[in-house]
Design a protein around this ligand. Sequence first.
Ligand code: F6P
Length: 319
Amino acid sequence: MKKIGVLTSGGDAPGMNAAIRAVVRKAIYHDLEVYGIKYGYQGLIDGNIEKMELGSVGDIIQRGGTKLYSARCEEFKTEAGQEKGIEQLKKHGIDGLVVIGGDGSFRGAKKLTEKGYPCIGVPGTIDNDIPGTDFTIGFDTALNTIIEAIDKIRDTATSHERTYVVEVMGRDAGDLALWAGLADGAETIMVPERNEDFDDVVQRLKRGHDRGKKHSIIIVAEGVGSGFDFGQRIKEATDLETRVTVLGHTQRGGSPTAADRVLASRLGAKAVDILLAGKAGRMVGIQNNELVDHDILEVLDQGHMLDMDMYKLSQELSI
Ligand code: F6P
């Protein structure tokens, strides 16, 4: 292997830059040439590819977003799109590819591998919804962004004795909601993996209010539904003054935390190591603080699991 490519695909995540840096520097350390593919698979189809040097990734470890830009590309899901991508890889003499992204990006990487182009996936998404790794790049930063926002909401919620519904991202996964709820002592955490009884939520809010609680925080994962709809239902059922905040894309931005920078550096470097070891169609991950790699499809087929012990704990602590 002489030349490798790297791209970021799907929703961006803080720490992707640190992962790109690790891939580029580790590859150059091993005397490989590295090519950056801009705008994910769309850029691959369009041939938006340029050589990267040590300096190309200077001063980016601390930056959110992705230097290589990102896109969600429908065309790459088709055979024709994949063939166009392969033509570009051949044209540039690229022998292997590191794909930093989530579930959809990994399926594309597997397709390329099946067509003869070795790819390695690096899990980068704020959702933390990739099986085979305890954490994905960006999750820790997004979590800290949520917590900072909720701490602020708490101040005003107490001053006005209000109930706040905070909608957080996560797509179909409840990890951001659960971890943020536990870290912030939320009264209720609504996750798509569990069917919380609405009457229980209402009773808990009423009990808290009768006990003299100054405010309540309810975190709703977007996979459960709209925070605004939920807030309206709460207001009607409790008569408590209720406000709704949707944190939206603020959760995807910002400087990555130390944990995300370190994780991204370790995973990016590991991806290059396993490409050089002749592996393909694998994703790298971290489990029990050990770097691991798994077959991409086998791992995705396992489906994501929420940590139910943690969910139970959050309930026990918010009585
Ligand atoms: O996968 C990351 C994520 O931010 C999800 O949490 C969210 O559902 C989705 O992307 C939003 O996508 P977009 O930025 O395309 O609206």
